[in-house]
Write a protein that binds this ligand. Sequence first.
Ligand code: HEC
Length: 141
Amino acid sequence: MRRRSKLLVIVVVAMGVGFLDEPGSGYGMIRIAQQEHDWNVPTEAKTLKNPVAGDEHMVERGRKLFRTWCAMCHGDKGRGDGMVANSLEPKPTDLTKVIKNQSDGELFWKITKGKLPMPGFEVTLSEKDRWAVVTFLRRGL
Ligand code: HEC
């Protein structure tokens, strides 16, 4: 494993632990279990248009970003089998199974906000980069 990816894993795991340690979030794992798969995506987020959808370069840009920021959990091919996947509850989603039924806006919102143990990427990735990842999920996965 390259040093950079090792570092990323440490950061992500530390972020996860930080969330669970938040004051008032006792029984973190139980709470996560109860949330199940309800993301509560607002209707207006679902209709957001992907501003880079037609741009071929964005597929490759999204692929690189996905490898750096998502693959350790979701796996290089998005199948939910990344190297830390087994240590997570719930398990990372097999993205190849769920993206067909969702709009670009919905995926963008989920990536932006995250849902434990998945971190949100609102601060880590620019808006354009988050759309690039959505474009990769749609056209390059
Ligand atoms: C720390 C591990 C982790 C990382 C890093 C991570 N995810 Fe996730 N992701 C998860 C988990 C776990 C779920 C399932 C959450 C649930 O359903 O409760 C999930 C769910 C999702 C979903 C929603 C699937 C659905 O059911 O609709 C999308 C989309 C997604 N991830 C995309 C990404 C993308 C893109 C990245 C990188 C920018 C990323 N994830 C990074 C762990 C991760």
